[in-house]
Each structure stands twice: as structure tokens, then as C-alpha cells.
Write a protein that binds this ligand. Structure first.
Ligand code: G1P
Length: 289
């Protein structure tokens, strides 16, 4: 029986280049989808998968993320005094229990592999999840819960994947499989941002992982890869020499919120999925069309 996955690492330090200038003073993962920041959905997804400890890897100028997950007596007091208890409940919903969240500063943008490595002392010697908040997923059960269920079945390391849009395999990590039967398959390889025409499959790495702690020793000496960055994909490929990796084709829809149109699609999709807003949202969208 594998150890239960209790800790999630959330690398949020990216500059949000594709959604600038919006992400200049607001960290990109605090941009709103309808009326909640992206990270609110991400934390909800991780809690539903049994995560008890969130380790954020933040960059300079991202203090707003810590503030978002702290109480705000002025806002809460005002809402309470005005009797706006439904909004107060929404404001408090994301607040952590004491000690539930840790924040680590990544001092230079050296890549995703380096960001995950920064969490080594806090995670310690246990399996853990990595959740890339840019990739917002609408799924039932939530995507990370699907990954944890797969992990409880086969152990080792799990990489959540999905079919890449035509001609876009060069923008992502891509996996190679040992045969494709059902949604959970043993992996034989993976490559970060392969040039078009060289991709080993059409399955992109979606941004939800369950990893064993041995990855940290590998990341410590991992050389720079695609884009001159220390890549998590390269570290995992190395770990695959000694440990099993399975790719899980999760059931659901991914919205890449690091991208303008992805952010727009997420706003539309999440508004249409909200019972209290669906009718008004549909009307507004239809009028615009
Ligand atoms: C990262 C990962 C990549 C993954 C992608 C998903 O790339 O390195 O394997 O497919 O996230 O969004 P990035 O988007 O940071 O270039």
C-alpha cells in the first residue's frame, strides 16, 4: 500500500508573460475566473484530493498570494456588520487552517524543475503532488483526485495527460507510452517541448503529477534543458530509469489560463457552469455573438 499523498507543491512564480500587463501587479494565478482567483479553484481541487499541506513556490512581487490566503479583518468585519454573510462565507472559504500553507521564495526563474526542487526540505521523504495552477481543470471527480485514485491503484509516479490540440505538441511536455489501453498506461519516455514531427505521441503533460521524493536528488544536479530551463520533465525521465511512471488520461476539460484565449474560455465555461449565473451568462454571450 502506497503512502497517502498529503502535500501539494504549487509553482506560481512565473511572470505570466502571455497575460501581461494584467499580470504585472496581480500575480497571474490571482487573476479572476468569474468572481474567484484561479488559485481558489486550484486549492479547492487539491483539498478534494485529500491534500492537507500546500507548498507555494513564489517569486518576487507575489506577496498578494500570501495576503489572499490570510484573513482580512477590515473586509470581513465590514461584511459581517452589513449582514452580507453569503459574501463573507465566500471570502472565508479559501482561508487555510493554521499551518496548512507554506511559502517558499524561488529567487531566480530557473525553470519548473528548479521550482519543485526548492520544496525539498518542506516536503521531505514522502510522495507528493505537483499542481500547475495555470492549467485550470473542470472535472468530476476533480483532476487531482483522479490522479490520486490512479496512484492508489498502481503506486510509483503518475503524470496526468490529455490529447494535444493539432500542431501544438511542441508547446508542452509529451509522453511516450508502452501501449495504449484504457486511460492509465505505463510510460516509456517523455520529452519537453519536442520539435513538431518528433513527438512520441499526441499526449501532453497537463500539470498534475504524483511524484516520489527521489525526484529531489535528481533535480539537484539536473542540467538545463528546453528553453535553457531546469525542466521537471527531464528530471522525471531520469527517475523513470529506476521507478515506474504511469500516464493518466484524465476525464475533464483543461483551460490554459496562462494564455489570453484560455483565460477567456475559462471565464465563459465556469460562468456557464454556475447555477446562479448560467442563465445571465448565456444571455450575455448570445447577445455578443
Ligand atoms: C510546463 C511543463 C510541461 C507541461 C506544461 C503544462 O511547461 O514543463 O511539461 O506540459 O507546463 O502547462 P510551461 O508551460 O511552464 O512551459
Amino acid at each position: 500500500m502506497s503512502d497517502r499523498v498529503k502535500t501539494a507543491v504549487l509553482p506560481v512564480a512565473g511572470l505570466g508573460t502571455r497575460v501581461l500587463p494584467g499580470a504585472k501587479t496581480t500575480p497571474k494565478n490571482l487573476l479572476n475566473i468569474v468572481d474567484r482567483p484561479i488559485l481558489s479553484y486550484i486549492v479547492e481541487e487539491a483539498r478534494a484530493a485529500g491534500i492537507e499541506h500546500f507548498v507555494f513556490i513564489v517569486g518576487r512581487g507575489q506577496g498578494a498570494i500570501e495576503d489572499y490566503f490570510d484573513s482580512n479583518p477590515e473586509i470581513e468585519g465590514t461584511l459581517e456588520a452589513k449582514g452580507k454573510l453569503d459574501i463573507l462565507a465566500d471570502v472565508r472559504r479559501d482561508l487555510p487552517k493554521p499551518g496548512e500553507m507554506s511559502f517558499i521564495r524561488q529567487m531566480a526563474p530557473l525553470g519548473l524543475g528548479h521550482a519543485v526542487w526548492c520544496a525539498r526540505h518542506v516536503v521531505g521523504n514522502q510522495p507528493f503532488a505537483v499542481v500547475l495552477p495555470d492549467m485550470l481543470m473542470m472535472a468530476k471527480p476533480p483532476a487531482l483526485a483522479q490522479a490520486v485514485a490512479a496512484y492508489e491503484k498502481v503506486g510509483g509516479n503518475i503524470v496526468v495527460v490529455e490529447a494535444a490540440p493539432e500542431g501544438e505538441t511542441n508547446k508542452y511536455g509529451i509522453v511516450a507510452l508502452d501501449g495504449r489501453e484504457g486511460r492509465l498506461n505505463r510510460m516509456t519516455g517523455m520529452v519537453e517541448k519536442p520539435p513538431l514531427g518528433t513527438e512520441p505521441s499526441n499526449l501532453l503533460i497537463s500539470g498534475r503529477y504524483i511524484l516520489q521524493p527521489e525526484i529531489f536528488n535528481i533535480l539537484e544536479t539536473q542540467e538545463r534543458g528546453a528553453g535553457g530551463e531546469i525542466q521537471l520533465t527531464d528530471g522525471m525521465f531520469h527517475l523513470m530509469k529506476t521507478q515506474a511512471f504511469h500516464a493518466l488520461e484524465y476525464e475533464g476539460t483543461t483551460y490554459d489560463c496562462g494564455d489570453k484565449i484560455g483565460l477567456l474560455r475559462a471565464n465563459v465555461a465556469f460562468a456557464l457552469a454556475r447555477p446562479d449565473l448560467a442563465d445571465a451568462a448565456r444571455k450575455a454571450i448570445t447577445e455578443l455573438l
